[in-house]
Design a protein around this ligand. Structure first.
Ligand code: PLP
Length: 366
């Protein structure tokens, strides 16, 4: 049935109709007072969702663009970066750091596990000469559905003195993260996740300490240079042509988040994820992340039941019920499937996917 698709992947996520209608309007001139008024409101509401007093920069780029923007502004060639890897997206930080000439050391755990704060503490304690300048980490690791204890890890990094750079691509707006209070130096996210708009924008917030490091950065690049965004933001505008229609979409979506209240939005994500997790267990599925304490509220990774393969489940969900769920990534491809509960997702959507899975099991396990 046309227009009845239920998108349950961890991004892109469903977009509310009000947002779609607003972004369908003719593009407005980006140097107009009309656009600046929208841009100002967007910036205020982004600070609310990011739980920060600092400016949140908006880039016309996907989440990886903001990750690049995070590192190119603070790395000088030869700097030592410690990269905490719990999955596919954690691995990306190290690759980006290396592309800017950093020497990268990795602490890697098997997929499905998270970083033990003790291990980080011990490693940083050995860095007596403070050679490690930056530590990168991921909050919600979308490839596995595991969540790092960012608050504790960033506290440890702060005590050492390095800059903490955090991927909040599938956690900002879905799980609690407080950059100012938790001492996170750089935090990034992407529009097609908890923000309820299509892909194309990404966001970055940097602490004062990160900005000091930025000032010492010899080659911060051009398009992502933080100084240009900061200077223009103070003048209610952007350094280059913004993705005007996406900013308009974001304006509407952020107002919806504000009306619901961030606390309620986060509570909805938790309740939906837990409803999904508990119900899946009851109907005979096992979860890739068994421990609820380290489970993402944005994405849940699931093993298929005995006798049914991941491609069969995904195909049946798509063909019989118009529900799209994600496959596993890399080594986990066809071993697990992933259900996104991120952004514009309600309890009804969770119940629909659960009922559909139960029907599919009946059909396929015969
Ligand atoms: C945790 C995480 N980090 C980074 C990214 C990369 O974002 P993008 O694909 O928008 O570049 C993703 C995308 O799914 C993600 O889930």
């Amino acid at each position: 049935m046309k227009d009845k698709t239920l998108l349950m992947i961890p991004g892109p996520t469903p977009v509310p109709e009000t947002v779609l209608l607003d972004m369908a309007k003719s593009p407005m001139p980006h140097r107009s007072t009309e656009f600046s008024a929208i841009f100002d409101e967007v910036n205020e509401n982004l600070k609310y969702v990011f739980q920060t007093k600092n400016d949140v920069f908006i880039f016309a780029a996907s989440g990886t663009g903001a990750m690049d923007a995070a590192l190119c502004n603070i790395i000088n060639a030869g700097d030592k970066v410690l990269s905490l890897v719990i999955g596919n997206f954690g691995e990306r930080w190290g690759k980006i750091a290396e592309s800017h000439g950093a020497i990268v050391e990795r602490i890697t755990v098997p997929y499905g596990e998270v970083i033990d704060p003790e291990v980080l503490s011990e490693r940083l304690a050995k860095d007596i000469n403070k050679e490690i300048k930056i530590v990168t980490l991921t909050q919600s690791e979308t490839s596995t559905g595991a969540v790092n204890d960012v608050k504790t890890l960033c506290q440890i990094i702060k005590e050492h003195g390095a800059l903490s750079v955090v991927d909040g691509v599938t956690s900002v707006g879905a799980m609690d993260i407080k950059p100012d209070e938790w001492g996170i130096d750089v935090l990034v996210s992407g529009s097609q996740k908890g923000f309820m708009i299509p892909p194309g924008l990404s966001f970055l917030v940097a602490s004062e300490k990160a900005f000091e490091a930025h000032k010492q950065c010899k080659y911060p690049g051009f398009y992502f240079n933080w100084s240009a965004y900061k200077k223009n933001l103070a003048q209610h505008t952007t350094p280059y042509t913004p993705a005007v229609n996406l900013v308009v979409a974001l304006h509407t979506a952020l107002k919806m988040i504000r009306a619901e209240g961030l606390e309620n939005v986060l509570k909805r994500h938790k309740e939906n994820a837990m409803l999904l997790r508990n119900s899946l267990r009851e109907i005979g599925f096992s979860l890739f992340i068994e421990d609820d304490n380290i489970a993402s509220y944005a994405v849940t990774s699931i093993y298929p039941p005995e006798g049914i393969s991941v491609p069969e489940i995904r195909k049946a969900l798509k063909e019989d019920y118009n529900i799209i769920v994600a496959n596993g990534q890399n080594d986990l491809k066809d071993k697990i499937f992933r259900i996104g509960t991120l952004g514009f997702i309600s309890e009804r959507d969770i119940l629909t996917v659960l009922a559909s899975l139960m029907e599919i099991m009946k059909k396929l396990q015969k």
